[in-house]
Design a protein around this ligand. Structure first.
Ligand SMILES: Nc1ncnc2c1ncn2[C@@H]1O[C@H](COP(=O)(O)OP(=O)(O)O)[C@@H](O)[C@H]1O
Ligand SMILES: O=C(O)C1=C[C@@H](OP(=O)(O)O)[C@@H](O)[C@H](O)C1
Ligand SMILES: [Mg+2]
Length: 166
């Protein structure tokens, strides 16, 4: 199926770039974080607070693994790469694009991680998270887009060019 799924660290621009990409391609746009909130009738922060780290991942896995769409840009939450079943499903319904940004650039872009609802285990910081997740983003990516030093327009341009060449 002809979908494009965006993965990457929180703050990489999955939601921001995703909606513009969908417009340019004439696709639908789906933010799977919002789908989780809709299905659970709770905000992400409430799910994390009430269900804990593992509970949130179970919800995230279930919701993402159940997405059935066509011609859609799907912006995922940064933690979806922990969900094996969901990732295999997303790979089976389209192209997975990793929006890659250095730790340095991300830390400038992101404010308070907890306040943003980033899924952190006890004692984990942004560096730990980056090191833990980078191999997973790379493992699942069909395409890697390096956003370093690029504004939104430049990132979008290279993404469109890469998709066309594929
Ligand atoms: N080149 C860029 N591409 C995408 N977003 C950018 C860029 N530069 C700055 N930003 C900002 O970074 C943030 C990305 O947030 P968001 O789209 O919510 O990311 P994600 O969904 O990956 O967590 C937004 O505030 C956006 O304005
Ligand atoms: O990376 C994370 O741990 C998370 C990122 C959030 O989405 P964004 O990646 O869109 O910020 C959201 O899914 C959730 O709060 C957990
Ligand atoms: Mg997002």
């Amino acid at each position: 199926m002809n979908n494009i799924t965006l993965i990457g660290m929180p703050g990489a621009g999955k939601s921001t770039i995703g909606v513009v990409l969908a417009k340019v391609l004439g696709y639908q746009f789906l933010d799977s974080d919002l789908l989780i909130q809709k299905q659970e009738k709770r905000r992400l922060s409430e799910i994390i607070e009430e269900e804990g780290y593992k509970g949130f991942k179970d919800v995230e896995n279930r919701v993402n693994a159940s997405i059935e769409v066509e011609n859609t840009v799907i912006a995922t939450g940064g933690s979806v790469v922990y969900c094996e079943e969901a990732m295999e499903h997303l790979k089976s319904i389209g192209t997975v694009v990793y929006l890659k940004l250095s730790l340095n650039a991300l830390s400038k872009r992101l404010g308070n991680l907890k306040g943003r609802g980033v899924l952190l285990r006890e004692g984990q910081n942004l560096t730990d998270l980056y090191e833990e997740r980078t191999p997973l983003y790379e493992k699942y990516a069909d395409i890697v887009i390096d956003e370093e030093g690029k504004d939104l327009e430049a990132s979008l341009e290279i993404l469109l060019k890469t998709l066309k060449e594929k």
